[in-house]
Design a protein around this ligand. Structure first.
Ligand SMILES: NC(=O)c1ccc[n+]([C@@H]2O[C@H](COP(=O)([O-])OP(=O)(O)OC[C@H]3O[C@@H](n4cnc5c(N)ncnc54)[C@H](OP(=O)(O)O)[C@@H]3O)[C@@H](O)[C@H]2O)c1
Length: 249
């Protein structure tokens, strides 16, 4: 199981989510080995982005300390810093991997051009690309990011796959046609609409891995059932058309 974190996550203070996970891991020997520990750096509240070499190296060291591990499985650039040359960012990421502090490197919220730039400058391929992706935010399906991942062998990590809960309780700003389609597929499959919403993501040939957020462990078991739901071509296109409110050309 992959657990996604970031140096800025935490209700009270930045880093609190990593510290909490570190405390959990320290209480159970072997847990850190069973999990894929992912975290991110590159956001500095008030700046807001910093992917300079010095910042990334210091942030990685701080994350290692808070998590209480010797190596981070997946270290991700949280956001591309438009005012740091990608050469500098790539050199820092390569240094962290060479130093054995991170096993794999990923990038979050990057365009295809930014992914191309970074991968060209890194001495190894990007292992993962995080992008917001759900039925209510379909950008990576159309902007080439998922295609880039498939072509380059990077794992797409689809964050906010339930649109931060908006898809879990249809109504609100969910288009009525989409609610109707989700309900129909949920009834056909005998699963909750949340599972159908994840199955929609899993149907893409780039094989996205949804990063769900929940405070309730029982939901993880239920949502994992999405891997056994097969939506066909008419199902997925029907969901896209219902979500966007018009037919595809
Ligand atoms: N790279 C980035 O820039 C970035 C940005 C945002 C997020 N992320 C990552 O993505 C993760 C997930 O994001 P997210 O929290 O927006 O994901 P999400 O899975 O789309 O939404 C989670 C929300 O859905 C609710 N939910 C799930 N199942 C439900 C159900 N059956 N009924 C009612 N509510 C339900 C959860 O409530 P409960 O807690 O009650 O289950 C939670 O509030 C984050 O933790 C973070 O790791 C990354």
């Amino acid at each position: 199981m992959l657990v996604d974190n970031a140096d800025v996550y935490g209700e009270q203070e930045r880093g609190a989510a990593e510290s909490l996970l570190g405390r959990v891991l320290s209480g159970r020997s072997g847990w850190a080995d069973d999990l894929v520990l992912a975290t991110k750096a590159g956001i500095r509240p008030g700046v807001p982005y910093d992917a300079s070499g010095d910042h990334l190296v210091a942030a990685c060291d701080a994350s290692l300390r808070r998590l209480g591990v010797e190596v981070i499985d997946l270290f991700q650039l949280h956001r591309v810093d438009l005012y740091t040359p990608p050469e500098e960012t790539a050199a820092a990421l390569a240094h962290l991997r060479e130093a054995g502090k991170v096993r794999e490197v990923g990038v979050s919220n990057a365009s295809v051009a930014q992914l191309d730039d970074l991968e060209r400058l890194l001495p190894f391929p990007l292992a993962a690309v995080q992008a917001e992706c759900s039925l209510l935010d379909r950008r990576p399906i159309f902007d080439g990011v998922l295609d880039w991942c498939r072509r380059r062998g990077a794992v797409p990590l689809a964050y906010s796959p339930l649109a931060s809960g908006r898809l879990a309780a249809p109504g609100g700003d969910v288009p009525p046609d989409l609610t109707e389609r989700l309900d129909a597929l949920a009834a056909r499959e005998g699963r909750p609409v949340t599972v159908v919403a994840l199955a929609f993501l899993l149907a893409h040939p780039s094989r996205p891995v949804p990063i769900v957020g929940t405070q309730r462990p029982e939901r993880l078991a239920e949502l994992a059932g999405a891997t056994t739901v097969r939506l066909d071509r008419a199902d997925v296109y029907g969901l896209i058309e219902a979500a966007q409110g018009h037919e595809l050309p």
